[in-house]
Design a protein around this ligand. Structure first.
Ligand code: KG4
Ligand code: ZN
Length: 351
């Protein structure tokens, strides 16, 4: 099935309220992301604040992208929303809005798995040189998720490994908090790391060199906490804070590249070897550089989406919606958003 008109995508699974309109061929007609600022004082996302903010901002944001795209509601081909995994209050707001629009216009509703949206970003026209045919290797690194999987097709994922404790973005956020930086922590740690020496502080590299593709970050975070705790009371000296940020970032980049190396060895198709990184942490320059090198060493092409499409956005949701629509996979208005929804869940594709 091809889309009969543009697709509206909606993203509300965490603290970004986002909407986008894509043409039936995947061209981006309009996109907008509103990062909520009400969470900083709490050092993390407060689910109730997030859900209320989505409710307040989503209708205006959708009107804005529809206006920018020059698309009237009656010309839409489908409406897609992140329906999980994520914070349930926000998911209910986004999925409810999408269902309402689909029902009012008599067009299909598509319940998109947020992780699949990250996973398929590499196939968005123009993102991967020469395209990203299936299968390819996915490294998903975000605030809530950290895993390696083979993307065999739309809705078809084979998990190779994942974190046994913290997600990598969570580790960045916790280290940022220890260093007294703002929220979200990843970009703040990366900025501070520019002034630091990545070899200054010896930090552990959990699971480095071990077989398999699992990850672990809690020991690394604890090592940083112990260094900070040993300092006299008061703010950390600026150079020490920068050295910690740089050394932590180096340790994470080395571990991520090592684990990706094991995943590439486990997944080695005869032709078209492609490693794709996705998720908020994929915006990190040191991690992108380490993965570029690891992929080249194993004869893999490497795709990292443009920075604005790494973190949560609605372009990826609309695109995943289009991919599913092309296969004729739409969802009923009784589809319930869900806080947990792994990529390899049985209902990711029709039986
Ligand atoms: O994909 P995303 O926007 O939301 C989730 O689905 O989790 O990822 C957000 C995570 C946060 O933990 C944030 O600190 C991290 O991605 N992040 C970064 C960078 N930009 C965002 N981590 C390291 N370096 C960055 N430049
Ligand atoms: Zn995400």
């Amino acid at each position: 099935m091809t889309a009969t008109g543009p697709v509206l995508g909606i993203e509300t699974s965490c603290d970004e309220t986002a909407a986008a309109v894509l043409g039936p061929d995947g061209a981006i007609l309009a996109e907008a992301v509103l990062s909520q600022d009400g969470h900083a004082a709490f050092g993390g996302v407060v689910p109730e604040i997030a859900a209320r903010a989505h409710l307040a901002h989503l209708p205006g944001l959708v009107a804005r992208v529809m206006g920018q795209a020059g698309v009237e509601f009656r010309r839409l081909g489908a409406v897609a929303a992140s329906a999980g995994p994520g914070l349930i209050g926000g998911l209910i707001v986004g999925a409810g809005f999408a269902k309402g629009a689909a029902l009012a216009r008599g067009v299909p509703y598509i319940a998109v798995n947020h992780l699949e949206a990250h996973a398929l970003t590499a196939r968005l026209p123009g993102v991967t040189e020469g395209g990203a045919p299936f299968p390819y290797l996915l490294l998903l690194v975000s605030g809530g998720h950290c895993q390696c999987a083979v993307v065999e097709g739309v809705g078809r994922y084979r998990r190779l490994g994942g974190t046994i404790d913290d997600a990598v973005g969570e580790a960045f956020d916790k280290v940022a908090k220890l260093l007294g930086l703002g929220w979200p922590g990843g970009p703040a740690v990366e900025r501070l790391a520019r002034d630091g020496d990545p070899t200054a502080i010896d930090l552990p590299r959990p699971l480095f060199g071990r077989p398999g593709c699992d990850f672990s970050f809690s020991g690394l975070k604890t090592a940083v906490a112990q260094i900070v705790a040993r300092q006299p009371d008061g703010p950390l000296p600026a150079q020490l804070a920068a050295d910690i940020a740089a050394s932590f970032q180096r340790a994470v980049a080395e571990v991520v590249a090592d684990r990706a190396g094991h995943a590439m060895a486990a997944f080695a198709p005869a032709s078209h070897r492609l490693l794709v990184v996705a998720g908020g942490v994929a915006a990190n320059g040191a991690i992108r550089a380490a993965l570029t090198e690891a992929a080249a060493a194993r004869g893999f092409a490497f795709t990292a989406p443009p920075l604005r499409l790494c973190g949560d956005n609605a372009v990826m949701v609309a695109w995943a919606g289009l991919e599913r629509l092309r296969l004729g996979w739409t969802d009923g208005l009784d589809h319930a958003p869900r806080p947990r929804w792994p990529l390899d869940a049985a209902d990711m594709h029709p039986a």
